[in-house]
Design a protein around this ligand. Sequence first.
Ligand SMILES: [Zn+2]
Length: 153
Amino acid sequence: MAVCIYSHKLDAYYDNELSHEEHRKLEQHIRGCPYCSGDLEQRQRLSGLISSVSIPDIPDDMAKRLHQSLDSLREKALLRMASMLSSVALVLLVVSSILVLRIAVKGQVATASDPEWEKTAVTLQFDPPATETPELQFAQWLIADLSKENGNE
Ligand SMILES: [Zn+2]
């Protein structure tokens, strides 16, 4: 709750972030303003309390154990990531090996007996089915509708 119009500048004043001129003007104001002088006094008291609190040192053996646990955690995370990447690499290797073998054996990339998704993935060409399925009709309707909305008819 701001009581004084200069209260928003008290942070900058306290942290010595104002220009020399602004600092001087606000200092004059603070002398005559009970709100600002009280706020500043509270800040100084709080700052003094905080600086008087001593932070205990961590015992050497505890610090050493903390570092060891962090190192161990880091190694485990690295191992987990390496394991995941190895799995992905294995899957890619198997899939690409199968594709290469098919090409070598059949002399072609895709055959009619391959699943539709596999033919599309390998040839990057999509052949819509001869008979219109409800999914195809929906897709065509969606494309037509979106084209209208974008003014691309
Ligand atoms: Zn004031």
